[in-house]
Design a protein around this ligand. Structure first.
Ligand code: IVH
Length: 715
């Protein structure tokens, strides 16, 4: 994913103006989306390095075509507008962002620019500060008392988080100093210590709550809580490093380093690593030293910020669009390491999706031991991106390859490149398995989809719980007293692994003894078995739906059931269609017949045949059919009183359920609609019918009671 954007994007030099316009629009939408994910949802979707690359590209195109620059471009704004829920706060002085330097040369250029601008012979003193990876906060103090705390938001308007901020011990509610400015906005970074983040995540996971991707998201998520008590329970910390409005400065000839010392005096924590530098080499040495210690620091940093020390210089330098001329961020390169990919494993998800995972020789990346990296899907391994463009310059990934892994911004490591020089000449390309590693069923990949899926819907242990839950759901077998909770429990105990097992529970109960389960007694067990027995007669459409075949929902199940009429005809047709399956396609008559059913398209037909082409599914279905009887579908009768009529059911029905009413009406050839119109023939109104009844009366549509409806359809 990472190299894709770099290799696939057209060269800026070759862009024509119309193409540039389109490209700017694309970049703008992408950046805005990522801003929202990062600032409002605290859930970034791409690593910081990729985000920076998008911004740099946008800025480079705008530099080449200045006439295309608009005021609403992300290059002219910061962050994302405040999220709903917190009230808005206008910053007295905007909270702007920082320009980035990615190399030593770019840091040198920054200092030269400052010198040129100020016409200085000598290099000005520069403060080097760790760039804390948290979220920035502005605190307004009036006469030394905290009156308002706000997040950055879009730089001009942030969210009012005063109540939450009052719970953070590092933030003083009153400033300790003899003379304090009448009004000041003091600023810095809210963050979470790495070990606090890990402990919090562990607690969250145990409680089944949100698990955060990294300390930054965890700090942001913890601060922006509607319930202040939740914020209080989170270990948030704060480093002060900047300010906005200051009615006066607390010293003569103020400097960045003197202001930091003052922030420390009035009660803030100031980062102890901050260093005053007198040359570019000093500043770069600081960057290198802190970079080496990065993993060992108790908090996350993502670079170094260099700031011109003298505030009078800062004032003269001022701002360009969204960032100050007097400061720059020197980001760390995404953390990378080289290791060997030992093996590719396939994980099977709850819905059968097969995801390849790289097992790596353990390697430390950014202070964390990495052993696994996701490989997404077959195309990704082959070096093809989701949009068909080449990834990693089209280089595939093989078991035994030496690879460069990266952790950037988030915790999921990725494979950036393959070191081809180290690939043994005879290393075979990876063959994506066409069989499920969990149950051995064959796998299928739909056209236009990147994912291979296990077809063993009925028997694959990786999918079992999900499938069984579906099997007993309301529109499928709908067994009273056998819901998701019981399915999970019975599956855990190994009592129900496949649908047929539900119907053999009673016979096995001498051994299982369900009545000994907590919350069960003899009566409830008897009731459960009675409810299961009641479902030994099941309509064909419900059975087909219950199988959980991909793309076969309630509607398609009905189409299939009506077309084939009985289970025997259906099974014979499916067997014939499955036998016609060849790698080149399926020309069997049975397949053509299936594919020709009105409303059933190729995708559905193929999914149905894939299901029946897997002998394990057929085996599980046979076992089920030994336990139950499938009722043939009565073909829609064309000679009934309601054939061809449109009916709407409304209000609380007491004689039958809504589903039963619908099924009966459809069986008799009527169409059941959800809303009343001139085309409606009958409205069947139960108790407390509301607007639909009124509308029916207004339109003069015939309104029937439940009894009148039953009489009309013959009971
Ligand atoms: S100074 C006008 N100093 O980095 C510039 N920012 O990319 C004000 N950050 O929004 C920012 N550590 O959230 C500054 N020592 C530091 C910082 C720092 C972290 C963050 C801050 C800012 C972002 C800019």
């Amino acid at each position: 994913m990472i190299s894709k954007s770099k290799t696939a994007a057209p060269d800026i030099d070759k862009l024509t103006k119309p193409k540039a316009k389109v490209e700017l629009m694309r970049l703008r939408l992408a950046i805005e989306g990522h801003d929202k994910a990062y600032y409002q949802d605290d859930a970034p979707k791409i690593p910081d390095a990729d985000y920076d690359a998008l911004r740099r590209r946008l800025e480079a195109i705008e530099a080449k075509f200045p006439e295309l620059l608009s005021a609403s471009s992300p290059s002219q704004t910061v962050g994302a507008a405040p999220a709903r829920g917190f009230s808005k706060v206008q910053h007295a002085v905007p909270m702007l962002s920082l320009g980035n330097a990615f190399s030593d040369d770019e840091v040198g250029e920054f200092v030269e620019r400052v010198q040129r601008f100020l016409k200085l012979e000598d290099i000005p003193a520069i403060v080097a500060e760790p760039k804390i990876d948290g979220l920035s906060l502005s605190l307004r103090y009036e006469n030394g008392t905290l009156v308002r705390a706000a997040t950055r938001g879009d730089g001009f308007t942030g969210e009012d988080v005063t109540a939450n901020v009052r719970t953070i011990a590092d933030i003083p509610t009153t400033l300790k100093a003899k003379t304090i400015p009448a009004a000041c906005e003091l600023r810095g970074e809210v963050y979470m210590l790495k070990h606090d983040f890990l402990a919090l995540n562990k607690r969250q996971e145990e409680a089944g709550d949100t698990v955060f991707a990294n300390p930054r998201n965890s700090a942001a998520g913890s601060l922006r809580q509607k319930d202040v008590e939740v914020t209080r329970s989170r270990p948030l910390k704060f480093f002060a490093y900047a300010w906005g409005e200051m009615s006066d400065y607390p010293m003569e000839s103020p400097t960045q380093h003197a202001m930091l010392a003052w922030l420390g005096e009035v009660g803030f924590t100031v980062n102890p690593e901050i260093t005053l530098c007198h040359s570019v080499d000093d500043a770069l040495a600081f960057y290198r030293r802190i970079g080496e210690r990065r993993a060992a620091l108790p908090y996350d940093i993502d670079g170094v910020v260099y700031k011109v020390d003298r505030l009078d210089y800062q004032a003269r330098l001022g701002f360009v669009s969204r960032s100050p001329r007097w400061a720059i961020a020197h980001k760390f390169a995404a953390e990378q390491a080289t290791t060997v990919l030992e093996k590719i494993d396939i994980q099977v998800g709850r819905t059968g999706a097969m995801t390849p995972v790289a097992r790596l020789q353990p390697v430390t990346v950014g202070g964390v031991v990495v052993q696994n990296a996701t490989l997404h899907n077959e195309d990704y391994i082959k070096g093809v991106g989701s949009d068909g463009s080449p990834l990693r310059d089209g280089v595939d990934i093989r078991e035994g390859d030496t690879v460069v892994v990266q952790r950037a911004g988030d915790v999921i490591p990725q494979i950036v490149t393959v070191v081809l020089d180290k690939r043994p000449a005879d290393l075979p390309a990876y063959k994506f398995p066409h069989k499920c590693p969990v149950c051995g069923s064959h796998a299928a990949r739909e056209e236009g989809e990147a994912v291979w899926r296990c077809t063993g819907a009925l028997i694959c242990p990786a999918q079992a719980v999900e499938r069984l839950k579906h099997f007993v759901s309301r529109l499928a077998f709908d067994i009273d007293g056998l819901g998701e909770k019981q399915i999970v429990l019975f599956h855990e105990r190994g009592w129900v692994k496949a649908p047929a097992d539900i119907f053999t529970l009673k016979a096995r109960n001498a051994e299982l003894k369900l009545e000994n389960l907590e919350g069960y007694g003899e009566t409830s067990v008897r009731n459960l078995f009675a409810a299961i027995d009641a479902r030994r007669n099941i309509e064909l459409n419900r059975l087909i739906f219950a199988l959980g075949i991909r793309h076969v929902g309630e509607g398609n199940a009905k189409l299939l059931a009506r077309h084939y009429g009985s289970i025997d005809v259906f099974l014979a047709a499916m067997r014939a269609a499955a036998e016609g399956q060849t790698p080149e396609g399926n020309t069997s008559e049975a397949y053509q017949d299936l594919d020709n059913i009105a409303g059933i398209g190729d995708v559905v037909a193929e999914a149905v045949v894939e299901f029946f082409a897997e002998p394990r599914n057929v085996g599980a279905l046979d076992a089920l059919l030994r336990e139950i009887e499938v009722l043939p579908v009565e073909q829609a009768k064309q000679d009934t009183a309601v054939a061809g009529k449109t009916v709407v059911f409304t209000g609380a029905l007491t004689k039958f359920t809504r589903d039963e009413a619908k099924a009966a009406a459809e069986r008799l050839g009527a169409k059941v609609a959800g809303s009343v119109s001139k085309k409606t023939d009958y409205v069947v109104a139960g108790e407390d019918a509301g607007s639909k009844l009124t509308k029916a009366r207004d339109l003069g549509v015939a309104v029937l009671t439940e009894d009148e409806w039953l009489a009309l359809i013959g009971g």
